[in-house]
Design a protein around this ligand. Structure first.
Ligand SMILES: [Zn+2]
Length: 221
């Protein structure tokens, strides 16, 4: 395995981890304590006992062991749909990615996201527009900003785009602080019996940008 450590001069190759539709990153410390990240497909609680039992070794697609004995694994339960699997690349082409969603300026966000007739959620998910927004983070952000995910991106006002930018920043910070995007306020309500945690309206399902989407039809306009 080539060296991947370090930054700047003398840095090793960049290790690119792509989570696909359902991949997750599992990190263990040298003592075996587990933390995890990545988009969640089901609503189960992180690290729950039921899920631990579900973690079969053949679902680990890739793993590395650090010098201190800790490990990083790319985990994906989808065995049969290769198009959607998480994958790993050495020295991936990062020039195809847009600016990092956690670092983009308000002006650049407005200019890049508010363009074209595609649904605003599809723009948020397009990694060449903005890198780092997955399906759950997009739903949480649009719900926080009270914007219908199906609206054409170029139909959003400057105020809409500013609200969306603020919501993305807040949702990203909260996800980092609380341990993942599945901790977002609306995420647990993304199911057929779910109700909007703000106004109580039944959540509505749609497919936007090819992804399952849940939103509040009363407030997200
Ligand atoms: Zn609502």
């Amino acid at each position: 395995m080539p060296e991947t450590s370090g930054t700047g001069d003398g840095a090793g190759q960049v290790l690119g981890l792509h989570l696909g539709m359902s991949g997750r990153i599992l990190v263990s410390d040298p003592a075996g304590g587990l933390t995890e990240g990545g988009d969640r497909v089901t609503g189960s609680v992180t690290g729950g006992a039921a899920e631990q039992a579900d973690r079969r070794p053949e679902w680990t697609r890739f793993s590395i062991t650090f010098d201190d004995g800790g490990t990083l694994r790319l985990f994906d339960k989808r065995l049969f749909d290769k198009r959607r699997l998480g994958r790993v690349r050495l020295d991936p082409d990062l020039t195809v990615l847009g600016p990092d969603a956690a670092r983009i300026s308000a002006a650049a966000f407005r200019e890049r996201v508010g363009r074209g007739t595609a649904a605003v959620k599809a723009r948020l998910l397009d990694q060449s527009v903005l890198a780092g927004v997955g399906n759950l983070l997009a739903d949480e952000t649009l719900w926080q900003a009270r914007i219908d995910p199906r609206r054409p991106a170029d139909a959003l006002s400057a105020d809409d785009l500013a609200a969306l930018y603020r919501a993305l920043r807040a949702a990203t910070r909260a996800a980092i602080r609380y341990g993942g995007v599945h901790t977002g306020t609306v995420i647990a309500h993304r199911h057929p019996d779910g109700h909007c945690p703000r106004c109580g309206t039944a959540m509505q399902r749609a497919t936007v940008g090819g992804r399952t989407t849940w939103f509040c039809p009363r407030e997200q306009i």
